[in-house]
Write a protein that binds this ligand. Structure first.
Ligand code: G3P
Length: 229
């Protein structure tokens, strides 16, 4: 369902991505992705999942899910709920929403049980390795100190990308490896993919761009000019 190389745009809780603005942003991203034939997924704010999923044909992810089963829980988000809302999977363990490793394990298991894709974030290659042993679909290495800085992990810390790929594939070849933090341009994306990443996870460079259409076009162009295409 999520083809690689992939670009995942995390909408976070930026005001530019709330409600109808999130729908507009998702439409803009989807039309560039479809026109260029590049795999792109969006992760809107959870209350906007359904309206975004009904407005675009590209895959939609949740930003977080709780590893619970249906029942008497208040204020939590279940895999079943995001599936009903139209999501194909979820990010979990983002450094802005960290979980204990036990919760990550349960989250992967619960997502799998309902047929959803897990994209597990990890702060460094060693954590990627531990997560890979839990058999998620994707691991995304994101050094927290570069998030939102515009300084791309692929340029500033390329060794983090190569090491994450090596450690993850050493444990479980099926797990796909993404990288994120500071990815801002097509060149950052091309560099990431050429280092061995199977895609990127990014946010501010598109969500907060003055011209999000131009920003996503540049990002998508990075995929098209990488070695994997
Ligand atoms: O989930 C994506 C992320 O944390 C990276 O954010 O703004 O550096 O692209 P950003």
């Amino acid at each position: 369902m999520l083809q690689t190389p992939i670009v995942i745009v995390n909408f976070k809780t930026y005001s530019e991505s709330m409600g109808e603005r999130g729908v507009g942003l998702a439409r803009t991203i989807a039309s560039v992705a479809e026109r260029e034939g590049v795999s792109v997924s969006v992760a809107p704010q959870n209350p906007d999942l359904h309206r975004v999923a009904t407005q675009v044909r590209i895959p939609v992810l949740a930003q977080h899910v709780d590893p619970l089963t249906p029942g008497a829980h208040t204020g939590w988000i279940l895999p079943e709920t995001i599936k009903e809302a139209g999501a194909v999977g979820s990010l979990i363990n983002h450094s802005e929403h960290p979980l204990e490793i036990k919760e990550v394990e349960m989250g992967i298991k619960r997502l799998k049980e309902v047929g959803l894709i897990s994209v597990v974030c990890a702060k460094d290659p060693e954590v990627c390795k531990s997560v890979a042993s839990l058999d998620p679909d994707f691991v995304a290495v994101e050094p927290p100190e570069l998030i939102g800085t515009g300084r791309a992990v692929s340029k500033v810390k390329p060794e983090v990308v190569t090491e994450a790929v090596e450690l993850v594939k050493g444990v479980n070849r099926k797990v796909k490896v993404l990288c994120g933090a500071g990815i801002s341009t097509g060149e950052d994306v091309r560099t990431a993919i050429n280092l061995g990443a199977e895609g990127v996870l990014l946010a501010s460079s598109v969500v907060k761009a003055r011209d999000p259409e131009a920003a996503i076009k540049d990002i998508v162009n990075g995929v098209l000019t990488s070695r994997r295409v």
